[in-house]
Design a protein around this ligand. Structure first.
Ligand code: GLU
Length: 278
């Protein structure tokens, strides 16, 4: 960031810090947020519109844009960011181990997760829904009982099916939603369930166009937060300020339009920081 202004002596320090990072020992050289190092951020790699690793190796989606904006406020350029895949079941562990500084990965704030990690935000309100084959007769949550269903291990979506929505469905739990979508296409399952924000992104992909429909049921409230290591209140406060700024300067709206527009996903208005919709 400010490399051009540094003195020769501090340039050596910067060079050493960069070398240390390159050796891979340490990802926590971000204490000052001063931008001399790299930052590791957890996202999803296979969720179009939210967190997607593209064929050219670049990353795109609403979570990617939110994370990039937040990282900038913490003092990191886009080129300082190292994206790390954090699947649904791995998120708490990744934060507890210190694999990543923060996670922006369709990560709902829940009391159970709050026992292990802290959350900034929320920055998006989504709702659990069903993705169905175009000609499906399934019309409500209880229609799922006795049906084959797919969701992801460690997600609130899978938990909600077991707890309340359809405890008597045959729920298959895989490690990512893209695997569930493949099962829906092949006919191995009758529905995929997770957040409407995620399902809309898959449904709009060229390869699936015209094949699927969303049920539009709003089966839950999913308040997306940015996960940080428990007790890292310095990072948490900075992220909350960054999220507030992202909304007030119009960047949040621009990111919504850019990433959800193509999927025709009608998102909820920007949430207030600290306000969870139960
Ligand atoms: N937002 C839900 C969750 O955090 C479902 C999406 C996901 O698995 O990332 O569990």
């Amino acid at each position: 960031m400010k490399l051009r202004k540094v003195t020769a002596a501090s340039a050596v320090v910067v060079a050493l810090a960069v070398t240390a990072t390159a050796c891979g020992g340490n990802n926590s050289n971000s204490g000052s947020g001063g931008g001399s190092g790299k930052i590791k951020i957890g996202i999803k790699f296979d969720q179009p519109g939210l967190g997607l690793k593209q064929p050219d190796g670049s990353y795109a989606g609403f979570d990617v844009d939110v994370a990039t904006y937040v990282a900038k406020q913490l003092g990191y350029k886009p080129s300082d960011i190292q994206w790390v895949e954090t699947k649904s079941a791995d998120r708490e562990n990744a934060l507890q181990r210190g694999d990543v500084k923060f996670i922006a990965a369709t990560y709902s704030i829940t009391d159970k997760r709050k026992a292990k990690v802290d959350f900034a935000g929320p920055y998006l309100l989504a709702h659990q829904d069903l993705l169905l084959k175009k000609d499906s007769k399934i019309a409500k949550g209880t229609d799922l009982n006795g049906k084959n269903l797919c969701s992801v291990t460690g997600s609130t979506s899978a938990q909600n099916i077991h707890d309340t929505i359809a405890p008597h469905s045959n729920l298959k739990e895989l490690s990512s939603y893209s695997e569930c979508i493949a099962s829906l296409q092949s006919g191995a399952v009758d529905a995929v369930t997770t957040d409407d924000s995620i399902l809309a992104g898959y449904a709009a992909q060229d390869k699936y166009k015209g094949q699927f429909k969303l049920a539009g049921l709003k089966l839950s409230n999913e308040n997306y937060g940015i996960g940080v290591k428990k007790g890292d209140s310095a990072t948490l406060d900075k992220i909350n300020k960054a999220l507030e700024k992202m909304v007030s300067d119009g960047s949040w709206k621009a990111a919504v339009e850019k990433n959800f527009g193509p999927a025709n996903y009608k998102n909820e208005p920007a949430p207030k920081i600290g306000q969870i919709v139960k």
